[in-house]
Design a protein around this ligand. Structure first.
Ligand SMILES: [Zn+2]
Length: 277
């Protein structure tokens, strides 16, 4: 802990433009320490400040009379430069990490499948619904986190510097490989209640059903696996420790990987800790 604090202070001295990160540290969302990592690897998040590897602070503002703030979690490909920087520490697949925010009620997603570059057999919307259902099945209480049925939309907008209170799933071309997808979310600062969750998949990649799709997935992303990970960010954070690789919430994925379709013990314990009772 002392080591982390020293690093944090050093990073604050070294880095320029950490206003968002510093203000995040000053309120009660201090689980992310500022770093001096690059802040604009993804142009879509150009207003965001990277406050931990793969974690971007979207800022804080007044919205409809309440203070709101947001974060985005970026899901990197295993073969990216960033993925190689993963440093193994103590962990295992029974662990989970909470974001410190959660939904108060069932949420509904809109989906725009345009540009999904989905190849082979399979239904994009149906696969996404399977991913949502995977989390609801793990919740032991009667609480339903997700509405089972996605609402189709032609809207493409998900970003911005403040919430629009619409949960949307879209594809956008990130201009190259390295980042598979990201999840951004907003919450009320005072109550830590989530108010928006958006998922953006990188249409630079081809997407497929790598189990039943009948295609060679050596250069494709399995949609259900990545989507299940992204939907886990409705309360759960990424784990980057190497022994956490069996987890759906492990922060990296690669071509053809399907293991995140099924939850590990830590994923289930995490979602139950939030919505299980
Ligand atoms: Zn993630």
């Amino acid at each position: 802990m002392k080591k982390l604090l020293i690093f944090s202070l050093a990073a604050m001295v070294l880095a320029i433009g950490l206003v968002g990160a510093v203000s995040a540290k000053n309120d009660n969302s201090n689980q992310y320490m500022p770093s001096n990592a690059p802040t604009n690897e993804i142009s879509l998040l150009e207003n965001a400040k990277e406050v931990a590897p793969g974690v971007f602070y979207l800022g804080k503002s007044m919205n409809k009379g309440k203070v709101v703030e947001g974060y985005a979690f970026v899901h990197y490909a295993k073969d990216s430069d960033r993925a190689k920087k993963a440093k193994p520490t103590q962990d295992d697949s029974n662990k989970y990490k909470l974001l410190g925010v959660k939904w108060a009620d069932t949420i509904q997603y809109e989906v725009n499948t345009a540009g999904s570059n989905f190849v082979g057999a399979g239904d994009v919307t149906g696969i996404l619904e399977d991913s949502l259902e995977t989390w609801d099945t793990a919740i032991t209480s009667d609480f339903e986190l997700f509405n089972d049925v996605l609402v189709p939309t032609t809207e493409t907008f998900v970003g911005g510097t403040e919430p629009d209170y619409i949960n949307r799933i879209v594809w956008q071309n990130f201009g190259g490989p390295g980042t598979i997808a990201y999840n951004s979310y907003w919450f009320y600062t005072a109550t830590r209640e989530m108010i928006e969750s958006d998922v953006v998949f990188n249409s630079y990649y081809d997407w497929a059903d790598c189990i039943d799709g009948g295609v060679d997935c050596s250069n494709k992303m399995d949609l259900q696996s990545i989507a299940t990970h992204e939907f886990g960010h409705n309360g759960l954070a990424d784990l980057y420790n190497r022994p956490a690789r069996p987890l759906t919430m492990y922060g990296y994925s690669g071509f053809g990987e399907t293991k995140k379709q099924d939850l590990a013990t830590g994923d289930m314990l995490g979602i139950q800790a939030l919505y299980g009772n």
